[in-house]
Design a protein. Structure first.
Length: 444
């Protein structure tokens, strides 16, 4: 019976995700595409993230995630597997499949709410962190370390969690062999990643963009603190409720879950987007479920649970009113029309330049960036890379440029922070076609 209820919960979640707006990040398409077409990560594809499935030989592009339809299948598959992991792990540690169902119900409630309709690196992390927490609870330290190390390869914001788990093992076990086993597992994926980049001759570039750039340029101009009370209040409601888990009797379990909650939450605050809470959300709902089972044994518990449910239902109503739609960001009719226009003026493999328009138009039109240099056109990136972009344009002199000067990044017009690029285009190109706000320019 519990498995049937779980199936209903999962099917409900799949149905909800199929009816919501969808936002697959362009990076998941353009980075693997360029990697598979010979551009070197961090040296020619300038980015601040660890590689994950974007910059390694096995990546989203050659695994078949090439458009919005396949991306939605990936998102739904991730959520489905996360549900199964939550059920199996919660059932094992709580010794009750019935109790595990509450964890899945809360995940169904809050996963879409925290930008679960977005596909980004953060969505993948629970697939590694949940079994890592389970292996830590079972004292299988090497496997726990291996999975956390794999998560680090996806996103460097997991490094604080890896340190927290190391300190926990060190202080709780007081055993060098066990601590060393964890460190061995943790180091293996990271060392393999580093060796691969050394072999490619790009390790200095990798270090600059993922460490130096992040701690300097990005820390100053790229971070974004929460600006609305609504954002903060929604986070507090869900995450404060998780503190009720400390009423649960199994001290070791709640400490481990809390470590993973806090450790995976640290990376959520550099950009004020709910999707960055996806890695920590499964641990928040596990702790909340532990709290619910403990509070039901107290007289005041039912009052607190009733308040939680009332506020949750109100927020759910607000959320679904604004998010039920068939809209897919970056894959609308206009973007497909622009891609079609590019194909009219180019052939596969041609060098073009996309200025302001959707960055994955290279992938959609099977073209490549001029100068073999690609960077997302954000102010914090172009403050470092604009000269290289101009040099690439001068080197390849692409026949076609796709230009949208109406674009603003965080309310700053793109022409205001790309003056050198804009000047070069104005001096050397003329308009020959237009799609909406996007101009098709040809070299004079």
């Amino acid at each position: 019976m519990t498995k049937l209820i779980l199936l209903i919960i999962i099917l409900a979640h799949v149905f909800i995700l199929s009816k919501l707006i969808f936002f697959p990040y362009p990076e998941l398409f353009i980075y693997p595409y360029l990697t598979n077409h010979g551009l070197k990560p961090y040296s020619q594809i300038l980015d601040q993230h660890f590689p994950g499935l974007m910059f390694l030989p096995i990546n989203f592009d050659n695994l078949g995630m090439n458009n919005e339809a396949s991306a939605r299948i990936w998102l739904i598959s991730i959520v489905l597997i996360t549900h199964i992991l939550l059920f199996l792990i919660s059932g094992a540690v709580l010794k009750s499949n019935k109790k595990a169902l509450l964890v899945n119900i809360l995940y169904l409630m809050w996963q879409p709410f925290f930008e679960g309709w977005v596909l980004w690196i953060d969505n993948f992390l629970p697939l590694m962190l949940l079994p890592a927490a389970y292996f830590l609870y079972r004292k299988n330290f090497i496997f726990s370390g291996l999975l956390i190390g794999l998560a680090v390869v996806f996103k460097q914001t997991i490094i604080p969690l890896s340190i927290m788990v190391f300190l926990y093992i060190l202080l709780s076990e007081k055993n060098f062999k066990k601590t060393a086993g964890y460190l061995l597992g943790l180091a293996l994926p990271v060392i393999l990643m580093i060796l691969y980049f050394i072999w490619m001759g790009i390790f200095p570039d990798f270090w600059y963009w993922t460490v130096t750039f992040n701690l300097t340029v990005y820390a100053v101009s790229g971070t974004q603190i929460p600006t609305s009370f609504g954002f903060i209040s929604r986070v507090l409601m869900v995450y404060i409720a998780s503190f009720s888990g400390f009423f649960y009797k199994d001290k070791r379990l709640k400490i481990i879950v809390f470590i993973f909650l806090v450790g995976s939450l640290i990376g959520a605050f550099d950009r004020a987007n709910f999707v960055h809470f996806q890695p920590s959300l499964p641990f928040a709902v596990i702790l909340t479920s532990l709290g619910v089972y403990s509070l039901t044994k107290r007289k005041t518990g039912f009052i607190l649970i009733a308040i939680y449910l009332a506020v949750a239902i109100w927020w759910q109503n607000v959320f679904y009113k604004g998010h039920i739609s068939n809209k897919v960001f970056f894959f609308d009719d206009s973007t497909y029309a622009i891609s079609g226009k590019i194909r009219e003026y180019t052939k596969e493999g041609d060098k073009i330049f996309v200025y302001g328009a959707a960055p994955h138009l290279y992938q959609m039109s099977q073209t490549l960036p001029a100068g073999d240099i690609f960077v997302f056109q954000f102010p914090w990136f172009l403050s470092v890379a604009e000269d290289r972009i101009v040099q690439g344009l001068e080197k390849d002199r692409p026949q076609i440029i796709i230009s949208d000067k109406t674009v603003k990044i965080e309310d700053v017009p793109i022409v205001d922070f790309t003056r050198k690029i804009d000047k070069y285009i104005n001096e050397n190109y003329q308009k020959i076609d237009v799609v909406g706000s996007v101009d098709i320019l040809q070299i004079k």
